[in-house]
Design a protein around this ligand. Structure first.
Ligand code: ATP
Ligand code: MG
Length: 409
């Protein structure tokens, strides 16, 4: 990828433009971190780029961005630009293309994100980003008050970068963050959710969470209720070893939130259905665990609902909370779950050796709700009680179910 990027820069230069690698990749390289993707900034206008890269996709053409392909790698290439005025604390009303990299760097949020490198490896760093990285400081480019007023999301981005790279927030930048925090209400819930999710799921989550819990920072009652109700510093060490969903569940457990309250939070901040389910299932499983520790049938029910991986994670979370690390005990508990899971022969009613038609034929009754109900009862007996999944035993069990029903009616 690095080589392809250099090739692309060269190609742009050969056609009379200037071009740089810019932003996150420059920062990550200076830190010695692996590079995810390389963003490119250039003096070429969007029209010129589309002419130079016939296969390019105009991903954000209004803001000057196209996705260009070079040696099988995709790059976001953006025309140098300055942002017009901001009237709503989130997006510039219009952008203006320019031909000077320094102007482009000046619109970026933090000094560590406002560096560029040219094809020959020369660093363009007009705001002292490299020095700030060395001193481990997060600092706004230009007047912080103005920059956060332009786009309040930068406040959360800043906290995320501070945690991720272990940076102190420079005092004026921090003061402006607190000052401008009420403007976060102008930002869409999705964008705020994305930032919070990256912080909970990212590196040094406890640092991010304790910054977020600062009084006056988040202008949202539910988030304050969650983050400020827990002494973050008291989250057991090893918090960052948990999976992302484990971290959410750990927060809710520490704050002692009911399932319904968690569901409301996730829904109103527009987490996807999949993400809601994932987290809420884990919470439900942790809550159900005490009843299943000695009751194999209950345990198998949980395995059927949630699967082995989730139950093992629920166990892990429970032990993490009680700070128990008895390895022998842990492996005994895990072995029990694996053994019970292996005993479950089928996971869904449709895996039964007989179907609804067989019941209708054998009992000579009309189709009706009784078919599904009977199949479900048989399914539970096979899955939970070890009834053999074969035609004769199943039919015998179905007959017994029937006789019991008739008897009670
Ligand atoms: P990551 O590794 O998380 O992607 P990144 O630095 O690449 O980090 P992006 O969100 O991908 O972050 O943005 C790319 C660059 O665009 C940033 O480095 C920064 O220079 C600039 N940028 C992004 N969002 C903003 C913003 N809201 N305000 C100002 N500049 C921004
Ligand atoms: Mg990026």
């Amino acid at each position: 990828m690095e080589q392809a990027a250099r090739g692309l820069l060269e190609y742009l230069e050969q056609h009379g433009h200037t071009a740089y690698e810019v932003g996150g990749c420059v920062r990550d390289r200076l830190l010695g971190y692996p590079i995810q993707d390389i963003d490119i900034a250039t003096s070429a206008t969007p029209d010129q780029m589309l002419a130079l890269f016939p296969r390019a996709i105009p991903t954000g053409i209004k803001h000057g961005t196209v996705t260009a392909f070079w040696q099988d790698h995709a790059f976001e290439v953006t025309t140098f630009r300055i942002d017009g005025s901001y009237s709503n604390h989130r997006q510039p009303d219009q952008v203006q293309f320019v031909d000077d990299i320094t102007l482009d760097l000046a619109r970026r949020d933090f000094t560590i994100n406002a560096m560029a490198v040219n094809r020959r490896g020369q660093l363009i760093d007009p705001f002292g980003g490299q020095q700030d990285l060395e001193r481990r400081l997060l600092r706004s480019v230009g007047d912080p008050q103005r920059r956060f007023s332009e786009d309040a999301l930068r406040i959360l981005r800043g906290i995320r970068f501070s945690a991720r790279f272990d940076l102190e927030i420079e005092p004026q930048t921090w003061a402006a963050m607190l000052d401008c925090a009420p403007m976060l209400t102008a930002i869409s819930r999705e964008r705020i959710r994305d930032e919070l999710a990256k912080m909970v799921g990212g590196v040094r989550p406890r640092r991010a969470l304790s910054l977020l819990a600062t009084p006056g920072l988040l202008p949202f009652d539910e988030w304050i209720a969650l983050f400020a109700s827990i002494p973050i510093a008291a989250l057991p060490s090893g918090y960052s070893v948990l999976s992302e969903r484990g971290r959410w569940v750990a927060l809710w457990l520490q704050a002692d939130w009911e399932l319904e309250r968690c569901r409301r939070l996730l829904r109103s901040w527009r987490f996807s259905n999949q993400e809601q389910r994932d987290k809420l299932h884990l919470l439900a499983a942790v809550r159900a665990l005490p009843r299943a520790t000695t009751d194999d049938r209950q345990a198998k029910r949980l395995l059927l609902s949630y699967g082995l991986a989730l139950m093992l994670e629920a166990e892990q979370l429970t032990r993490w909370r009680s700070s128990q690390v008895d390895f022998a005990e842990t492996s005994r508990i895990e072995q029990r779950w694996r053994r019970l899971d292996a005993q479950i022969e089928i996971r869904e009613p449709r895996q039964l050796a007989i179907g609804g038609q067989a019941l209708i034929d054998v009992f000579g009754r009309e189709a009706g709700p009784w078919v599904g109900e009977t199949l479900h009862t048989l399914f539970e007996q096979v899955a939970l009680n070890g009834l053999p999944n074969q035609r004769e035993p199943l039919l015998a069990a179905a007959r017994k179910v029937w006789n019991e029903r008739e008897g009670t009616n």
